[in-house]
Design a protein around this ligand. Structure first.
Ligand SMILES: NC(=O)c1ccc[n+]([C@@H]2O[C@H](COP(=O)([O-])OP(=O)(O)OC[C@H]3O[C@@H](n4cnc5c(N)ncnc54)[C@H](OP(=O)(O)O)[C@@H]3O)[C@@H](O)[C@H]2O)c1
Length: 168
């Protein structure tokens, strides 16, 4: 089973504030939905609480050490038990979807990264640990322009979508 991570981060590696996202980029949400649909998605308890419900057409796995249970969610306190659950269900590509704590702990297991680099700098309390790309190959990139609203304010910032695979 391949283990992938998918994350959107700002110029200073910021990913969240007060357990919420820092921007709204509808094209990025659509992308996230397309990439993860039909797969197991693995997240920390805080990210699940921020989303609030299991995402449709995906199998939600939540990691929690202190215990967590909710209808429609598979909860584990041990990372390997979570991976084995997905393997038993014949998953071919498991997606780690956050947050900061989970990205950092599970990074050594990641084979493939789907990264959205957002042209955003601002207050945050959740960050991605900076990634050293020297051990990764870039296999896909698409650039998106910022979108302005009618009053000229930035409705959605510019961003780059990049897919990286770990070098052998
Ligand atoms: N920009 C993005 O792409 C993106 C994506 C996802 C999330 N986010 C943001 O990230 C932030 C949340 O990140 P966070 O670091 O605060 O929380 P988190 O990683 O979502 O969840 C942390 C919780 O996961 C559980 N956990 C962590 N490591 C574990 C392990 N090894 N085994 C079992 N359970 C484990 C613990 O739950 P218990 O306390 O229950 O034991 C821990 O408190 C929010 O701001 C959110 O909006 C951003």
């Amino acid at each position: 089973m391949k283990i992938s991570m998918i994350v959107a981060y700002g110029k200073n590696w910021e990913i969240g504030l007060n357990n919420q996202m820092l921007w709204h980029i509808s094209e990025d949400f659509k992308n996230f939905k397309t990439i993860t649909s039909g797969h197991h998605i693995l997240m920390g308890r805080k990210t699940f609480e921020s989303i609030g419900k299991p995402l449709p057409n995906r199998t939600s796995i939540v990691l929690s050490k202190k215990g967590f249970s909710q209808d429609g969610v598979h909860s584990f306190s041990d990372v390997q038990d979570a991976f084995n659950f997905a393997r038993k269900n014949a998953e071919e590509e498991l997606f780690i979807i956050g947050g900061a704590n989970i990205y950092e702990t599970l990074f050594p297991y990641v084979d493939k990264m789907y990264l959205s680099e957002v042209d955003f700098k601002g207050k945050a309390d959740a960050f991605l640990k900076p990634i050293d790309f020297s051990t990764w190959d870039l296999c896909e990139q698409k650039d998106y322009e910022e979108i302005l609203s009618e009053d000229g304010k930035v409705k959605s910032p510019a961003w780059k979508f990049k897919v990286w695979t770990k070098k052998d």
